[in-house]
Unconditional design. Structure first.
Lengths: 290, 236
């Protein structure tokens, strides 16, 4: 029964990782910006959801809207005010990474100063677990996280294949110079990538705030997982990021079954190293020769 | 005075302080194919990119339809210029259909006009119908070039810039592509600025020729004059 319990938990966590990793992969794939502060977006959305719901007493729909808006605004502002100037001055990949990493640290400390450094969670009727079988406890949140992730991925697939912005983002990920030749603005598309990529962390942020709980370092952890999932899934592949996120979430939980809780995070990086050594292009990435 | 679609005046372009184009002045008349020839590194492609706004210019100015142009690709596209880039101007992961729809969106073609615009391009390049739903990455070089040209025509440009369209194509295929383009150009009065290494074929469809060397214009005249100039023909 423990196996089933861990599997159920793993699917919920995996769904959250999948969405967050897809957001990071979308941004990195299209813009080639190493948006390390993607984890900070997750943390901001989670804290503002918590604040709107528990602090201000807003209806959950408004709290979701606050979280979504804050994530999109944060992502777009970072793109416009930090990454765009660095790119304009032809700053290196390393400059972008350090700037983004720095923002992540600043946000983590700001959240800690404003909301405290301890764990917080919002209790909702959906968070309460019920015993569905002897020894197997499930909350509606478990199932909801998976359903929401599936809906989000179907919607994302539709968006990327049927809308002009989606096609533009795919084009940008393949050849930014050709995008300019078409008469499109890579800068504007980059803003769309940040808006959409940031929006994708919101379900995960909400489910985490309402489930396992949040602390200011939550974004950092999620970012590392997203990064691993992006590499395991194949850089730039949304499908790959989704599958890898799910795989890591399930593996993290199942590791506790036989190996103990201290191995849950290490298993992520064991998977990552396995792929780096044996399949560096990831699940769906294409091997490139430089 | 002839109606000038593009006028380039004293254009200077440099990369990192190194001059690539020096004091270039030329014009393209409406209903004209102007061919730029020269060895590798002469600055032909850079001139095309500078006109379209893909590379900034340090000096001089560019007039499009008689007005100073905002040399930025989006603005030039909206103003009626289109470019077929060097190499394969397609996104390998996208189908031809997706490429075309993206091209129309980028060029601001109104939604209602889009089906008719696709039909129009298909009438010029009927071969495209066969692989319309295929991923561009799965097409041959010639088919990809056809898609690239078709995409550039979608906006019904007043001026078409073509950068080495024959690269990687069999001579026969290049001739097959040139025929309908020349026909279209004569029918619509469109101007074409063509950069081409295949001088023999390019001269057949050109009205005027400019020869470039080391970032400067060295000769300008009619294709027949160039054909008669043995010294130049030997060089190119």
């Amino acid at each position: 029964m423990l196996f089933l319990q861990l599997l159920a938990n793993g699917l919920q966590v995996g769904a959250i990782y999948a969405l967050t990793a897809a957001g990071f992969s979308l941004i990195f794939g299209s813009t080639k910006i190493f948006h390390f502060a993607h984890g900070a977006t997750f943390a901001i959305a989670a804290y503002l959801f918590h604040f709107a719901l528990a602090g201000l007493g807003l209806h959950w729909t408004f709290a979701v809207a606050v979280a979504a808006l804050s994530a999109v605004v944060f992502g777009v502002l970072l793109d416009r005010l930090m990454y765009a100037p660095i790119q304009r001055h032809e700053g290196s990949f390393f400059t972008v990474f350090v700037a983004s990493f720095g923002i992540g640290i600043v946000v983590q400390n700001l959240l800690g100063s404003v909301f405290g450094r301890g764990f917080m969670s919002v209790s909702t009727p959906l968070s309460n677990s019920i015993e569905v079988m002897p020894g197997l406890y499930l909350s509606p949140l478990n199932g909801l996280a998976v359903v929401v992730a599936i809906v989000c991925f179907v919607a994302l697939h539709f968006f990327m294949t049927h809308t002009f912005i989606g096609k533009g983002l795919r084009a940008l990920s393949e050849n930014p110079e050709l995008v300019r030749t078409f008469g499109l603005s890579p800068r504007r598309l980059s803003t769309y990538a940040f808006a959409l990529g940031s929006l994708l962390v919101v379900p995960g942020a909400i489910f985490t705030a309402a489930g396992t709980g949040i602390n200011p370092a939550v974004g950092h952890h999620v970012m590392l997982i997203s990064l691993a999932a992006t590499i395991v899934g194949g850089i730039g592949s949304l499908r790959g990021a989704a599958c890898a996120g799910l795989l890591i979430g399930v593996a993290e939980n199942l590791a506790m079954w036989k190996l103990g809780t201290q191995w849950s995070e290490a298993i992520t990086f064991a998977i990552l190293f396995f792929f780096i050594i044996f399949k560096p292009s990831g699940f769906f990435g294409r091997a490139t020769v430089s | 005075m002839t109606d000038r679609t593009v006028q380039v005046e004293n254009l200077v372009v440099g990369y990192g302080g190194r001059p690539v184009l020096t004091d270039i002045s030329l014009h393209i008349n409406s209903n004209e194919v102007l061919c730029l020839i020269g060895h590798n590194g002469a600055g032909k492609s850079t001139l095309l990119k500078a006109i379209f706004g893909l590379v900034p210019h340090e000096g001089g100015r560019i007039l499009f339809n008689g007005k100073p142009a905002v040399t930025e690709p989006r603005a030039m596209t909206m103003a009626g210029m289109s470019m077929v880039p060097e190499g394969r101007g397609v996104f390998p992961g996208m189908t031809v259909e997706e490429t075309m729809s993206l091209g129309m969106w980028a060029a601001g073609v109104p939604e209602k006009a889009r089906p008719e615009r696709i039909e129009w391009v298909m009438s010029i390049l009927p071969m495209m119908k066969k692989f319309y739903r295929t991923r561009a990455g799965d097409l041959s070089g010639g088919q990809q070039q056809m898609v690239s040209i078709g995409r550039a025509l979608l906006s019904r440009p007043r001026c078409l810039l073509m950068d080495e369209p024959s690269i990687g194509l069999a001579p026969k295929l290049f001739q097959d592509l040139c025929g309908p383009i020349r026909e279209l150009q004569q029918k619509t009065g469109m101007s074409i600025l063509l950069v081409e290494q295949n001088v023999k074929e390019a001269l057949k469809i050109s009205d005027r020729v400019v020869v470039m060397k080391s970032g400067r214009m060295t000769w300008e005249g009619q294709p027949s004059e160039l054909s008669d100039n043995k010294k130049l023909m030997e060089l190119y």
